[in-house]
Design a protein around this ligand. Structure first.
Ligand SMILES: [Zn+2]
Length: 150
């Protein structure tokens, strides 16, 4: 991705927290990708990848851990022609979802804060390509810019 020093300076000057920036990818306290899991930014998911699984921890407005109780998460593959449901487990206070194969894919999550809550849909584009600027994989790219995927 192209990094503009000017854009970086603007972000610093405005005091925008990278984790809450709306330009690029949002990263959480553990370096994971932040997914918005509510309509009003009260629940976030922090996605990290480990051994072929996504681990999704819940965070509150202040990016503090939220206890995993009766919240539920479903996940499907992003293949529109043949969407496939993924098996979501709860483990060590996190949701654990098997990653699809390949270096680039889309996973669609549906989160409910409680059994009666309306589901909130979040999309995660996984991209293992390394960003030349920040050396993170693109799906965890920290570069402050309006990153738009084709
Ligand atoms: Zn980057």
């Amino acid at each position: 991705m192209k990094t503009s020093l000017l854009a970086l300076a603007a972000v610093l000057l405005l005091g925008v927290t990278p984790a809450l920036g709306h330009g690029g990818v949002q990263l959480g306290p553990n370096g994971g990708r932040i997914l918005e899991l509510s309509k009003n930014e009260t629940v976030h998911g922090e996605v990290t990848a480990k051994d072929g699984f996504f681990h999704i921890a819940l965070l509150d407005t202040k990016m503090k851990p939220v206890e995993l109780k009766d919240q539920t998460l479903t996940a499907t593959t992003g293949d529109r022609k043949k969407p496939e449901k993924l098996v979501v487990e709860k483990k060590d206070g996190k949701f654990v979802v098997p990653m699809q194969k390949g270096d680039e894919f889309l996973t669609i999550f549906q989160f409910r804060d409680s059994p009666s809550a309306r589901p909130v849909t979040a999309r995660l584009t996984y991209d293992a390509t390394l960003c030349s600027a920040c050396k993170n994989a693109e799906w965890l790219c920290k570069c402050p810019s309006d990153k738009e995927r084709k």
